[in-house]
Write a protein that binds this ligand. Sequence first.
Ligand SMILES: N[C@@H](CCC(=O)N[C@@H](CS)C(=O)NCC(=O)O)C(=O)O
Length: 218
Amino acid sequence: MTLKLHNFFRSSSSTRVRAALNLKGLDYDYQAYILRKGETRTPEFLKRSPAGLVPVLELESGAHISQSMAILEWLEEEHPEPALLPSTSLEKARVRSLSYMIACEVHPLNNLRVLQKIEKDYGLDQDGVRAWFDHWVHTSFAPLEERLSHEAETGKFCHGDTPGMADICLYAQVLNNRRFEIDTSCYPTVSRIFDTLTGLDAFLKAAPSEQPDAVLNP
Ligand SMILES: N[C@@H](CCC(=O)N[C@@H](CS)C(=O)NCC(=O)O)C(=O)O
């Protein structure tokens, strides 16, 4: 089965999907879009995904799946091994809950179109935009650290000793934080898990710097 990932190297929701595909050992074709040039706003792309956002996973059947978390869930159902989610419903809920602290509460407030909007329409300068980004990262990373450091289910990774959905979200967001020079080293458990993830091939290969379009967009 040939999968095609429509994505952008620096997009953290794209990084999530690349890490999941790598963890599951799935090959995929890489289709790059330059977001700042509006390449996801063309009629051709909008046919794939009317929201004009990456990532979009194109299946061999021609079907398209948008929204990184929906893509991760599809991958998990279609390619269950190795699993991104643990086995019991309660454990699954914990992993989804940790994942959504990032995917639903940090990322949507800090993605490109929001940053462009607050800069352009509300007159924020670069320092203001950075302060906005910083605020929403810490608003969720402080309770994330609290949970990861106190909950017994945390292991080498966010849940136990195998990497999964929450680790994917954490990894992509910490890389994004670093790009905006947001220091999250004050969160020791988050930092420990991130450092462990950087030692895994599936995550290393998903990093923005490793993608073919990284060289074209310094
Ligand atoms: N909730 C979506 C977020 C997707 C998203 O915000 N994508 C950004 C890049 S990380 C994008 O395509 N931005 C293009 C734009 O804002 O024009 C997901 O998880 O897939």
